[in-house]
Ligand binder design. Structure first.
Ligand SMILES: O=C([O-])CC(=O)C(=O)O
Ligand SMILES: [Mg+2]
Length: 220
């Protein structure tokens, strides 16, 4: 028996698995090839951020980007999950931001190095409250949006994802065992752009949830 409550999944210390380049329009805006297999990376649980605390621009970055994404919260763990059973493993969803130090990522890419410094720093994973599965009957058909200081920057539908949520669960679980409380970030649509200290970010899943976060700079 456990007293942990899945609606506070960010407190569980579980892994965050991120999918990159899952929308062709975003892959193209960063001049990346449209992938034929999912591109994956990880964030540590220390990256989680809840509303009320600011997103911190890392000291070593001067180009922090927002990426609004649908997050999938795993309810029932498993390995080698067939795509046809994947939906049974979902407990719910969360609206997530994959905050990315784009200048650092560009440098890592050019040197052929991992993206950890660009993607996994403290506060790089702001999340909404837990959204029970029933509130999103089809994760392949929800609209995500993001505004910076009231200006719309990102708007896209998850129907544009290259790899669907059930496919991703099956693909990932073939080599990383999924556990209850894990979070999968499913990639961002186009419109990513830089944020500055004192900016106000607002994002939403249309008709389901909204979140807001302020941006601050990590103290020297
Ligand atoms: O940094 C990137 O462009 C890859 C990524 O996370 C995404 O597409 O959501
Ligand atoms: Mg992303």
């Amino acid at each position: 028996m456990t007293s942990r409550n899945i609606s506070r999944f960010w407190e569980w210390g579980r892994k965050i698995i991120c999918v990159g380049r899952n929308y062709a329009d975003h892959a193209k805006e960063l001049k990346n090839a449209v992938p034929t297999e999912p591109v994956l990376f990880l964030k540590p649980p220390s990256a989680y951020l809840k509303e009320g605390s600011p997103i911190l621009v890392p000291r070593y970055s001067s180009n922090l980007h927002h990426e609004v994404e649908l997050g999938v919260v795993i309810g029932k763990g498993g390995a080698s999950i067939p795509e046809s059973e994947a939906m049974e493993h979902i407990a719910g969803y969360a609206l997530c931001l994959d905050m990315t130090a784009r200048d650092v990522q560009d440098e890592c890419k050019s040197k052929g190095l991992p993206w950890t410094m660009a993607k996994a720093f403290n506060t790089s994973c702001p999340v909404s409250e837990f959204i029970p599965k029933e509130r999103i009957p089809d994760p392949g058909n929800v609209t995500l949006w993001l505004k910076v200081n009231d200006q719309l920057r990102q708007s896209g539908c998850t129907s544009q994802m290259i790899f669907s949520v059930p496919y991703l669960i099956s693909y990932i679980s073939d080599f990383i065992t999924l556990e209850e409380g894990d979070l999968i970030l499913t990639g961002t649509p186009k419109g990513v752009s830089a944020v500055q200290e004192h900016d106000e970010l607002q994002a939403g899943i249309q008709d389901v949830v909204t979140i807001s976060f302020r941006v601050d700079r990590q103290q020297l």
